[in-house]
Design a protein around this ligand. Sequence first.
Ligand code: IVH
Length: 672
Amino acid sequence: MVRDTAGARERIEQLRRELEQHNYNYYVANAPVISDREFDLMMKELERLEKEHPEWDDPLSPTHRVGSDLTKGFEQVSHKYAMLSLGNTYSVGEVDEFVRRTREALMGEEVTIVGEMKFDGTSISLLYEDGRLVRAVTRGDGEKGDVVTDNVKTIRSIPLRLSGEGWSRRFEIRGEIVLPWEAFDRLNAERAFQEEPLFANPRNAASGTLKLQNPAIVAKRGLDAYFYYLLGENLPCDTHYGNMMEARKWGFKVSDAMTRLHTIEEVDKYISHWDKARKELPVATDGLVFKVNSLRQQLNLGFTAKSPRWAIAYKFPAERALTRLRYVSFEVGRIGVVTPVANLEPVLLSGTVVKRASLHNADIIASLGIHEHDMLYVEKGGEIIPKITGVDESAREPGAPEITFVKDCPSCGTPLVRVEGEASWMCPNKYGCVPQITGRVEHFVGRRMMNIDGIGEETAEALFASGLVTNIADLYSLTMEQLTLLDRLGEKSAERILRGVADSKKVGFERVLYALSIPFVGETVAKKLARSVRSMDRLMEMSVEDLTAIDDIGPRIAESIKEYLSAPVNIEIITRLREAGVQMAMGEENDEGRSDRLAGKTIVISGVFNRHSRDEYKEMIERNGGKNSGSISKKTDFVLAGENMGPAKLEKAQKLGVPVVNEDEFLNMISE
Ligand code: IVH
């Protein structure tokens, strides 16, 4: 306990320094030296001391990285040095030509080239004074940009105060803010759940996030940043590479891919290496950048109006294909949002056959101007979701009508309503529109929700058509006789469904809440909500005000929950689920050791173990949301193997490419 003021001040400074060092170790060096818990404890102590001594607040304190909720527009400032773009090419030959050209322009001098990744995010310019971050500005129009300092401060890999030495009193550093694939996938999964428009690629997601008015949300999205350009007077080195290596020592993330190349052959090799290897990187890249290393030579070469003569970007070939549109379908999701989907003549695109691509919403259809049977360009936007990027109008059939968004629900005919403030339309007939009902059943049984095997789209539709399952509660009254009467459903499949239904009664309340398909209650929100309110009874009593008092629950979510829980149909469903034995409260036993780290994973245990018994491991799998299975199949996520794992099992795992994990690895997997 620090009592005297001087001691408190010292402690605050010490905590700030140490926490920043740990941030660096974790987010930049990828080598944490303390546990998350120790980190949290230090952070809590700092928060407490800062609260007791508001007079010593520092906007660069690590406590401010969580972002405040303040909303304000962005101030604009002029860049001291314009933010230019790069000349670019898709041809290796032109990169070679660039190297030759610079050598010639420099009268045949030796030229070292720095090869680096072209990160596909949004560019940022940071201003540091006396080793402290003072301002972060977006590229804007190249001349002036938006001040986004508060948002940038939430990016843990960006140093707020520099380490080491040798930086000039005032300098700028430029780099790219990116959203790593993992964070991008998570964000889109959440948006998909809420039937919000998806981000087409990590670049759009990164720039959209950076422009959010609420730094607290920015902080949660998981942005990262790589730096590639140091600007200012009195730079530490006379080479670009040397400066970047210094910047790395000050705490900036500089990609390991950055390297010096001395010959055209080395340049070509670098290109062919990264053309493949980039697919393993945690972030999106759209090419490589080659820069003249010597700053003197850079100065000599100078700039054109738009870009430096000392650098060139090589863009990886865009993976694009041209194919014919068969038809556009309008699909209704479980929350009622109608998504237009282009159904295409199958076409091969970067290794997979593409037959369908989302057209996202009415605005996107209109801006593309698609007509029936058009030839469309498909790209792997962000390399995951195929997207339609254009139309070959010259190949249009004469008189082909333009495709317009439907006015009524394609399924039940109810007139669609526009979602307030968004480009999407939805069918308001929540309880009478078939795809919404079957969609909710499919969601309910999903692996990360109630994990009931054996009910896919077709079965859900068949169950609905037969009148057996018209809402999720009906699943719990299914019998063997009813199921086997269904077309094409064998006894084995019926058994599997019934077993799944019975097992689902053990699924924790957090996942039950997520499984219900309450609009805007995604996985993360459900978890927060369950942990805070603890039971359905309590949740049902809460007002919108009570709900918004919970961390991360805003008015939109709160109103949606209230609306859902006030509808008599839903109250009845919940009552029936409860009577069937579904968990409607957090477990009695303490939650320690419980997690969903293995949610949706099917695991096979094999062999003899040293640290815990087989049964203990089985129990651990269940406590962490996983599922035990006796035999290895394509669906197995991994095998937890002890000593003397049977050779037949091992061979099968290898053949199916199922990973084999040992005891220690498994315990690591489920620990903090
Ligand atoms: S250098 C004066 N290096 O590409 C040159 N840019 O078309 C300044 N980018 O706006 C840029 N990775 O957003 C440079 N390694 C890299 C880069 C890179 C991505 C982006 C940056 C810039 C655009 C240029």
